[in-house]
Design a protein around this ligand. Sequence first.
Ligand code: SF4
Ligand code: SF4
Length: 217
Amino acid sequence: MLGFLEKVADYTKEVVSAAKYLVDGLGVTFDHMRRRPVTVQYPYEKLIPSERYRGRIHYEFDKCIACEVCVRVCPINLPVVDWVMNKETKKKELRNYSIDFGACIFCGNCVEYCPTNCLSMTEEYELAAFDRHSLNYDNVALGRLPTSVTSDPSVRSLRELAYLPEGIIDPHELNANQKRAGKLPSQIINELKAEKSQEEDNNHSSNMVSNKSNPTN
Ligand code: SF4
Ligand code: SF4
């Protein structure tokens, strides 16, 4: 009899702890149900990188003087400057230039110290590839103009934390009517259009007034 009662007590304890875990789990679910999203539905939505974002490096072959300063200031001596000495002109002739973005840490040192400003950091951050060797960009790939999130009509570009009101970083306990901090590019365009049409209306009405006051015109 005592053994039976012990088994019942153990079983009851297990049922209670299972119910507790269930309630805890549902608590997390319900907590997330009443908060605003902070995620971005990539690749249909993309964040607009900040102004000084250090993305893929852009390189201008024509400006490069093959001085190799970029190699010396790079923490891992990454850029490969392939040049030969022209014995007649006694000047370096640049053949190729490459940076392996599989190893680059995007510190920006090379861009900072390049004496001819032929390197610049772009806002391009989508560098994923199936083969890591394809991340070794030569001067042609480095010279390609960067893609921009805002100029891609197939994606909805978002500012960071655009779903949340200004100054708030906790997505819980928010009134559904509270305004979000950032404006979507479509909202900005609509506002600009409204401002422009308002200006045109004002100009039109001021022209009408001046025509009435000067009937000889
Ligand atoms: S520092 Fe600039 S100019 Fe000199 S080799 Fe590097 S990219 Fe070319
Ligand atoms: S960004 Fe930094 S790590 Fe990358 S090539 Fe330039 S100096 Fe080297």
